[in-house]
Design a protein around this ligand. Structure first.
Ligand SMILES: [Zn+2]
Length: 139
């Protein structure tokens, strides 16, 4: 019997928060951007096939770039050079600062897709349940 799975949104949030997409307990990164091969808690292999999450990484980068583009359209700096410098600093901070979060999102999205197609490693312990459910007696 397969372990119960958490909803996709929760799985993606775990990835964005740099936690294991399956158990939510183990960290994804050993250092700032050095990925563990497997979850220290549930032994999930984070990248079973190299390159599977590049597309999701691209989507995360495009999302942040889109936010910057909207900012460019909405803001009108008093001086063009000041605007360019502010945009450059904002781009470096936004793209560089969110790199581990976007990588975590990509790994979690890849996990959701693999789980959907029954390709994910489900041999680890079942996912923790947030709140215990109590079954009521139908009487
Ligand atoms: Zn885990």
């Amino acid at each position: 019997m397969k372990p119960p799975h958490s909803p996709a949104i929760r799985t993606l949030l775990r990835g964005i928060c740099k936690r294991c997409p399956r158990c939510g307990q183990g960290p994804l990164f050993r250092k700032w951007y050095t990925l563990f091969d497997r979850c220290p808690e549930c032994d999930l292999e984070y990248q079973p096939r190299d390159g599977d999450n590049w597309g999701f990484m691209y989507l995360g980068t495009a999302f942040v770039t889109g936010i910057l583009a909207v900012g460019i359209l909405l803001l009108t700096p008093p001086n063009l050079w000041i605007g360019r410098v502010v945009l450059l600093v904002a781009a470096v901070v936004a793209l560089g600062g969110t790199l581990p979060n976007r990588k975590g999102f990509a790994i979690a999205f890849d996990y959701v897709i693999r789980r959907h197609w029954d390709d994910a490693d489900t041999s680890g312990p079942p996912e923790p349940v947030d709140a215990p459910t109590q079954e009521r007696d139908p009487q």
